[in-house]
Design a protein around this ligand. Sequence first.
Ligand code: ADP
Ligand code: MG
Length: 620
Amino acid sequence: MSKKQFKTESKKLLDLMIHSIYTHREIFLRELISNASDAIDKRYYAAMQSGETGVDKEQFEIRLEPNKAERTLTITDNGCGMNAAELEQNLGTIAKSGTQAFRAEHENAEDIDIIGKFGVGFYAAFMVAKKVTVYSHKEGEDAAVWESEGEDGYTVKPCSYEPVGTKIVLTLKDDGDEESYGEFLEPYRLESLVKKYSDYIRYPIRMQVERSRKKEDSDEYETIVEDKTLNSRVPLWHKNKSEITKEEYAQFYRDAFHDFEEPISTLHINTEGMLSYTALLYIPKRPPFDFNSKDYKRGLKLYANGVMIMEHCEELLPEYFGFVQGLVDSPDLSLNISREMLQHDRQLSAIANNLKKKILSELLRMQREERENYETFFKAFGRTLKFGVYDKFGANKDFLKDTLLFWSRKEDKPVTLKEYVDAMPEAQKHINYAAGDTLAQVKKLPQAERVADMGYDILCLIEDVDEFALRILESYQEKPFKSVSDPDLDLNTEDEKKEMEKRAEEAKPLLTRMKNALGDKVLDVRLTDRLKSAAACLTGDEGMSVEMFKVLRSMPTGATLPITFHLELNPDHPVYAKLSTLDDEQLKEYAFLLLGQAKLIAGLPLDDPAAFTEAILKLM
Ligand code: ADP
Ligand code: MG
């Protein structure tokens, strides 16, 4: 059988592993043990799901077997195993996000130092082995063996490996020096590596060790061989908080949730009493690659007394906190609980209720005490929170409103709603906002100029969900939200308003002529006092801003959406003075141009760009 080549991505990672510097090499064991433990989890979980009763949790184990004569280290598990296709799929290509992202971030060899810190997976074996042989047997299928000596590819063949599970044989490198990797054949060294990296693994990690014992009724000693369990098997979350280091929390996170980065925040919650449970929650730094796809599975792992009973328990996390990773362990839950039962489980919803409050207060703590971290977090997941505000007709808006950040035009940085309100001048009645596609566009919005001139800050909204979220919030600390494009901005004194009404009355014939010229391209043409240096702008109608129009129109059913905006003219602009001197033909042209440029500034496409350009050229 000919050798198959690794996929390009895998090859690069493989390279990195083979040539990694010596000090990090010991982590290969952690990676292989973590895979073995995952595989046992999978087998046990599948057995429980299918109602198989013959599976005894006590039978599971991971075994280490150093062989000095052969220079091999063998790691065996009785987990789910892999068939030939899975060996090919899982070990011939990098499938997992964590590893892939790791590779993307650390393309060049200078980053090699980072290896020790991350979960780099199966290929870590090549840091210490010149040859890796994986025998695997999946229940009810034919066994197969995968073998590779690194860079020049791998083979997959049928074999006759009997037990269900996987056996990985590492033939250690020698680098011309017999002793160079011999340390990984020393039982004491292996034991200390297990203690250091894999102590919390819940399945026993066993190894045969030699011990000398005094013979009975004699002074002689004999050497006996016995099984020793190397790990304490206490799950991390069952340990005392004070005994867990930050690094241990982070390592567990990377292993269990396949992230390659440290979490931005960790919450370890212990509750006793009516409701007793332990929760270990992590807020990731970045969204997983599939976060916005429907493949993303929200939820926490659910354990009953240290045994996992569900991988993604959605009932434990509201959708708006769907980015949180972690687990809940409760002694009071039944092992064979079904999804339907869980949905109605009072205890579970009480836990969920507690957790969401803890998550909220952790987010607000971060916002106060670690602002930079919070802004990083909000960049990654702010959108999810804003959807949470909007979703379910705003049912959770009060709960979530203080988590929000929006870009402040004045401060030129993100601010909370509270910070905005606290900085409002006495005379300002509203929380003003402007919406657009980009920050640069919003800042230059003609409507924003006068509001800003009055010394009022403006929240710049650039995500499609933003304005929907604010509209459903309605107000914050009794200050209503108001778009700078709102028909009634209410910036003027009574006298100014009267003056404006007078001018509008005088302008009526002109405005009617313009509206006739534009037909149903606008709702109407009217005067505005919101503009300063611009001649015209588009504003939305009650309940529907131009930005919302854009969002809705981009949706599949949006093409037929009727036009719902007004063209507003600045009566103090020189162009306006000119309008009344024009004949109908010229006025039509001017109206068409004013509408076109207002559309461009608002980020709307022109109906007929060629005609627009032609009209400009003609004027020039
Ligand atoms: P990850 O553990 O992040 O998925 P790895 O590179 O460590 O990435 O492993 C790749 C895949 O190979 C695993 O996802 C798993 O499907 C499979 N695998 C590795 N080791 C074992 C094992 N001992 N038993 C069963 N499957 C395994
Ligand atoms: Mg792994």
